[in-house]
Design a protein around this ligand. Sequence first.
Ligand SMILES: Nc1ncnc2c1ncn2[C@@H]1O[C@H](COP(=O)(O)OP(=O)(O)O)[C@@H](O)[C@H]1O
Ligand SMILES: [Mg+2]
Length: 613
Amino acid sequence: MELRILPKNIADMIAAGEVVQRPASVVKELMENAVDAGAGQVDVVVTDAGRTLVQVIDDGSGMTPDDAVLCFERHATSKLATAEDLHHILSFGFRGEALASIAAVAEVTLRTRTRDAQVGTEVRMAGSENTLTREVSCPVGTNVAVRNLFYNIPARRKFLKSDNVELRHIVEEFQRVALTRPEVGFSLTHNGRSIHVAKPAKSVKFRIQDLLGPALTGDLMDISADTTIASLRGYVGRPESARKALGNQFFFVNGRYFRSPYLHKAVMKAYENLVPEGSTPSYFIYLDVDPSTVDVNIHPTKAEIKFEEESLLFQTVLAAVKEAMGRASVAGSIEFDNPEAREIPVVGPHFDEYRPSGIPTAGVDWNFNPFETEETAGREGGDSFAPESARSGGKEETVGSYDYSRHIDKSQNYGALFEDRTLPTSQILVVQGKYILTQSASGLMVIHVRRAQERLFYDRFLKALTAGGHVSQTALFPVTVNVGMEGLLVLQNHTEVLSRLGFDISPFGADCVVVNGVPEGYSAQAGTVERLVGDLLLALEDESSAPGLPGVMEQALARKFALLGATSGEKLRSPLEAQRLVDALLQSENPEFTAAGKRILAIVPAEDLEKRF
Ligand SMILES: Nc1ncnc2c1ncn2[C@@H]1O[C@H](COP(=O)(O)OP(=O)(O)O)[C@@H](O)[C@H]1O
Ligand SMILES: [Mg+2]
């Protein structure tokens, strides 16, 4: 391979653009160069989320002394010689822009040696100027250290986001490259701590597991399809493991990551009615197409791509994912999203309409906590009734000797205890754990359980965040969750908010946390806590909740955590729980809609019922 300067015409064909937007761009470009150079191992070392240092070390081909200098010239590339080559590019790079762009906005030290050379070359650049070239002894391969990014453009440096956010971008870019080349080993280290170690792997699935953990991999289903325009392989998550925020969604074409809102829609269409609104399944979709039918050159960092046969590709993706959904034989639609559901007349603003008829309002305890499950209520309510000997003396209350039968005894007291304080539960019907049916003054009232819970969570969370105070908490047997370095940082930055919302989470070691408590009403089974923490991180990192207008951040947080709570929540198990939910909902100032504007309750007028017969 020899370096050439691209002829002007090709240079012009290649749209100029900004390659380096943030530290993560440097990580991406250097990793791609390392892979293009045939490296078997690529190590990425980052300091201060890339502000101070981004260094990428590879054991690839290395460069000759001449190339080590020439590679910083704009349009210096070894990967493209003629315009025709542009149509069947399979390497990551070909514009010859990355190193030139990076050297223009940072201090760069390159050390490199080819296999046949006894001695290597060191080249230093700062603000596009070559400040040093000399011989050094160094291993075969290339080592590029990029220091003080944007040191000469203070405005750009100021524009960088918090370390958490920048690191998040770095991790994303790292994962995107690592997911395209399972056979290459990769590592990512930040401030001296290891974030990812991805061993060379036989297949993508092992790579996914290394990067994202066995829990996620266990949830994946294979997909594959072969059509005249594309061959598709990959994995998609089971619908039940869909997450509430964007996270692990990856498209690759011919070994390159790309973003595609359009094909994302194809995936989501296949999941239609299988995942709750607002959640997104994980997917890793690898397409192979004829390189001449795809234009990777419409975007300066090649993150977006133009396909010749876009709509056929859409159908291919849709069909492949749908086929997997069929295999998972997941059924059950979320009926509130049915167009027909909208034909149910909107409930008017007359509050009495909501109230199931016949409620002896005076007898209802409005302070009742709807999130108390029967079990916990039984435990607490029962304690005062249980004989002294059966009460938990502090000493005997150890994890090992916990007497679960106490729950059962006490939940038997429960019914008697509250009978006179609640409605006859016979007026309430729970359908599939999803809907509550009850009477209203003019007909049948239908309540969407999950959304009702979301509303109640929202009200509680918003109050805690704006008016001060804390949401009550369910204590857990402590669960340790590995959140990684960056995750730990994020959680630590939000200690105050988390404690107000009812979480008890404390750091444990360098990259773990211990979860001791969650907001009351959140699902708290051992297996679900790990996912909960993952979702929590996504919610906290989401930039849309960044401080802005007063109150906006609180609302956004309350909304996200309400959704999280409602979707993590356990199913209604009894009419009594349903009753509590209805009571509490009708106490809300806005029982009709969730904070996100989704309908919570609907009334089917008696006339409509009559029409059916
Ligand atoms: N890690 C590396 N190992 C070997 N050669 C490299 C490495 N990084 C860059 N090069 C050489 O420098 C050239 C310029 O790199 P770059 O500016 O990223 O442009 P491109 O990747 O588009 O060719 C590459 O074409 C390659 O020949
Ligand atoms: Mg490159």
